[in-house]
Design a protein around this ligand. Structure first.
Ligand SMILES: *Cc1c(COP(=O)(O)O)cnc(C)c1O
Length: 369
């Protein structure tokens, strides 16, 4: 049996007719850049995130970048985030002219360690971007408390956490902005590139709307220098179809995670922890092994395909060498980067596939020299 890391075809098959109809409607209406399908999706996605406003943009990277710009963040400013994210989190900061500053993570949840946060704040700090990695919200209350005390903005990188909750509140609704990616492999994935910013702040929402459309509120009236960061009409239509199924798909992911947890319980493998404050939506189901690379290869030999998120932390990437961090700067993130292995995870993963993966992991000689 082959177990792919991700199988987008399985899901497409289950919604094919609806998707084709929605796409045909966009073509009949010829609204290819933004338009009614995007507007309808925004109207549906905002309440899903517990927010008043959702603004569709071209990608998750743009959602982060425009959010920072809308808050006036730029050259001379510092923004604190974690080193164990997809590089886009840091890139968005860099593209405003500001400097990314990293803080280490919690050893069990792999999200920002709030206890280390205070030490990283300087007079130049303007914002904090916690990343809800793998679909589990960061521990937001202490982060929000520190931000309030120091007068800093909190932008949630919720690119992996559509539908996740922190103490019953939806991911994305806790800071000034929640930034989502609809990259095809995400829990809510488009059939191309797309993203969104959600917020409860009307003035901030207005700024994002202007920034994504060349700084204009009305046609030919450019109030500020913006960008072309609109959501594609086809993507809005597809996301509108898929959003209805997202709660059910997230539930299926949670069940897959529980099956893995059960089957791996008495092995030497460290399974993911769902924090007491969190509803985890398992964008990624990551285990830890000190023999990670050998285990990954052994599984691939059996046609079980895993991923690594992420093998090199951002502060050790060549692109960020200029920040002057080194090996040892963030010991927890660095250790996790060497040990974490992302197992196959998608809503349509079958119990038999999960059993196959778990059996292969247990057969691997974890303690061999
Ligand atoms: C996917 C992702 C992004 C970037 O989103 P794109 O839509 O690919 O631009 C940003 N942050 C995190 C944590 C992500 O997983």
């Amino acid at each position: 049996m082959t177990v792919p890391f991700l199988d987008l075809k399985a899901q497409y098959g289950s919604i094919r007719d609806e998707v084709h109809q929605a796409l045909a409607q966009v073509m009949e209406g010829t609204a290819f850049a933004s338009g009614p399908a995007v507007a309808q999706f925004e109207k549906d996605f905002a309440p899903f995130c517990g927010c008043e406003f959702a603004i569709g943009v071209g990608s998750g990277t743009e959602a982060l970048w425009l959010s920072l710009l809308a808050l006036g963040i730029g050259s001379g400013d510092e923004v604190i985030t974690v080193p164990n994210s997809f590089i886009a989190t840091a890139e968005a900061i860099s593209f405003t002219g500001a400097k990314p500053v990293f803080v280490d993570i919690d050893e069990r949840t792999y999200t920002m360690n709030p206890e280390l946060l205070r030490d990283m704040i300087t007079t130049a700090t303007k914002a904090i971007i916690p990343v809800h990695l793998y679909g589990q919200p960061s521990d937001m209350d202490p982060i929000l408390r520190i931000a309030q005390e120091k007068d800093l903005y909190v932008i949630e990188d919720a690119a992996q956490a559509h539908g996740a909750q922190y103490k019953g509140r939806p991911a994305g609704s806790l800071g000034i902005a929640g930034c989502f990616s609809f990259y095809p492999g995400k829990n809510l994935g488009a059939y191309g590139e797309a993203g969104a910013v959600v917020t409860n702040d009307a003035s901030f929402a207005g700024k994002i709307k202007m920034l994504r459309d060349h700084g204009q509120e009305r046609k030919h009236e450019h109030k500020s220098i913006g960008w072309n960061a609109r959501m594609d009409g086809f993507q809005g239509a597809i996301l509108g179809v898929k959003l209805k199924y997202l709660p059910e798909w997230n539930e299926a992911r949670r069940q897959c995670a529980q099956r893995y947890n059960q089957l791996l319980k008495n092995s030497s493998i460290l399974t993911p922890m769902e924090a007491e404050y969190a509803k985890h939506v398992y964008h990624i189901y990551a285990i830890r092994s000190t023999k990670r690379d050998a285990l990954k290869n052994a599984l691939a030999q059996k046609n079980i395909y895993c991923g690594i998120h992420y093998p090199v932390p951002i502060h050790l990437q060549p692109a960020y060498a200029f920040l002057g961090y080194q090996n040892g700067s963030f010991p927890v993130a660095e250790k996790c980067a060497q040990e974490l292995l992302s197992l196959p995870m998608y809503p349509e993963l079958s119990p038999r596939q999960i059993e196959t993966v778990a059996a292969a992991i247990k057969e691997f000689r974890h303690n061999a020299a």
